[in-house]
Design a protein around this ligand. Structure first.
Ligand code: FAD
Length: 448
């Protein structure tokens, strides 16, 4: 006899876990399917391990900078093996907490791959069983893209990078998005030779152009070797060397990592057995309540490609939970008010529109900017990176439309700014704020 649930959630990542826990907490019969490890991309092979690696990589500069403040510092070495072991231990701890919390909430965890037989029926691949539910939530996330060229499988994706126990000296990263740039900086800071291969002349093209311009300049200054306007033609292996054949020259490397975007994870779901529809990028089309074209199927998180960030997947899950119970959602989600951070060096924090968006939307705007060397770097000859702040606002109402902060702790700074931004922030609010001195972020309120 097939097993019947109120809800089946496919994918135990950020969105799926939150929905399953909330719904099971109301006494409903909920199961969650996971074909890899509970925790999903963010915990196992995304935000968390990445940030741990970024922390590790930042110590290098801190040791060097300490000398300028009078510290005598000996030669320091980094052990990748130790870092990976520690990271794995921490991820295992988080994975266990996720499992414990799901069980505590009464969610049945099924370690299997699920695919649709019909709108309400799921086939379990390993268990060769059919389960069914009144409603099914697809929270299968996204998967890394590979280039469509000969030998492409010689390279690896960010997913596999996190599993590597050893790293060679020379590493090439392909891509211009935030993951590519974060990897390039963290590996360079850990003293590896890093090549960054980009298709255009610019990076971080989905953000305000002032961000990409500066991050690329700092990448070059750090010693990251940037190959711009370079597209891959073929990948060949000879011994331990990898030859990356491009439209320009052949780049020799020992490890090739693709960070060329991710696609919604829908390929093995057999969605053709349902009424769900996909958009041009193969993301599941949903309405504001995350309901697909099929009355019994909902989708949340990266698989819907709305804003692919962990807190967004979690918020979508919470709103869906209220919606399904017929409650007015207590929380809202305005995708334009979601702040984001890029963990390069320096960090980048941004919220709201960038100039690229404002131009596209034909919105009138004015800009305030400032760029300066922070006090902390006063003793450093090379003066390192500057702090850059940009405020975009409506010329009539003076409402702030977008904010950018590039500099140390930008991620933490933009988090606090996000609270003001979502309330509706005006230039006068910045003017009225008495600065905290001496800080770098005080320039936000003295920018006039
Ligand atoms: P996921 O967390 O991807 O979970 C989906 C789960 O579904 C996976 O565990 C998968 O194994 C499982 N699954 C898929 N298909 C099936 C199936 N058919 N049956 C059973 N199980 C299935 N976001 C941030 O906010 N901040 C960051 O700093 C950040 N850094 C990132 C760094 C990297 C390298 C990457 C790759 C991503 C990063 N992200 C970051 C994005 C973030 O990880 C995702 O937005 C988030 O994990 C999406 O959550 P989700 O629930 O949609 O899917």
């Amino acid at each position: 006899m097939k097993k019947q649930y109120d809800f089946i959630v496919i994918g135990a990542g950020s969105g799926g876990v939150r929905f399953a826990r909330l719904m099971a907490g109301t006494g409903k019969k909920v199961c969650i399917l996971e074909n890899s490890r509970v925790g999903g991309t963010c915990v196992i092979r995304g935000c968390v391990p990445k940030k741990l690696y970024v922390y590790a990589s930042n110590f290098n500069d801190q040791v060097i900078d300490a000398k300028t403040y009078g510290w005598s510092v000996g030669k320091s070495n980094h052990s990748w093996k130790t870092l990976v072991q520690k990271k794995n231990k921490e991820i295992l701890r988080l994975n266990k907490i996720y499992i414990k919390n799901l069980k505590k909430a009464g969610v049945e965890i099924i370690q299997d791959h699920g695919s649709f037989l019909s709108s309400k029926k799921i086939l379990l691949k390993r268990g060769k069983k059919i389960i069914s539910a009144k409603k099914i939530i697809v929270a299968t996330g996204s998967k890394p893209n590979y280039p469509n060229i000969p030998g492409s499988k010689i390279g690896i994706s960010s997913d596999q990078f996190f599993e590597l126990k050893k790293l060679p000296k020379n590493i090439s990263i392909v891509g211009s998005g935030y993951i590519a740039l974060e990897f390039a900086f963290l590996l360079k800071n850990l003293n590896y030779e890093v090549n960054l291969i980009i298709r255009k002349k610019t990076v971080l093209n989905e953000f305000d152009p002032d961000i990409g311009k500066r991050v690329l300049e700092y990448a070059v200054k750090k010693g990251i070797k940037v190959f711009n306007e370079t597209s891959l033609k073929e990948i060949k292996k000879s011994g331990t060397k990898i030859n990356i054949v491009t439209n320009k020259k052949t780049i020799k490397t020992n490890l090739l990592i693709y960070a060329i975007g991710r696609s919604p994870n829908v390929d093995s779901l057999n969605l053709e057995n349902t009424k769900t529809k996909l958009d041009k990028k193969r993301a599941i089309k949903v309405n504001n309540n995350s309901r697909s074209n099929d009355q019994s199927i909902y989708a949340i998180g990266d698989v819907t490609n709305r804003k692919n960030l962990t807190p967004v997947a979690i918020r979508e899950a919470m709103i869906l939970f209220d919606h399904i119970r017929g409650k007015k959602p207590q929380l809202t989600l305005d995708y334009n008010k979601v702040a984001s951070a890029i963990f390069t060096q320096p960090e980048v924090g941004s919220i709201g529109y960038g100039e690229n968006d404002l131009i596209k939307l034909k919105k009138k705007y004015k800009i305030l900017t400032t760029e300066f060397g922070p006090l902390k770097y006063s003793f450093m000859k090379n003066k390192k990176s500057k702090v850059f702040i940009k405020v975009m606002y409506d010329p009539r109402s003076e409402k702030v439309l977008g904010l950018i902060y590039i500099g140390e702790s930008a991620a933490e700074i933009i988090q606090s700014l996000a609270i003001a931004f979502q309330k509706g922030l005006y230039l006068n609010d910045l003017r009225q704020t008495v600065p905290v001195h001496p800080t770098s972020s005080e320039e936000l309120v003295t920018i006039f």
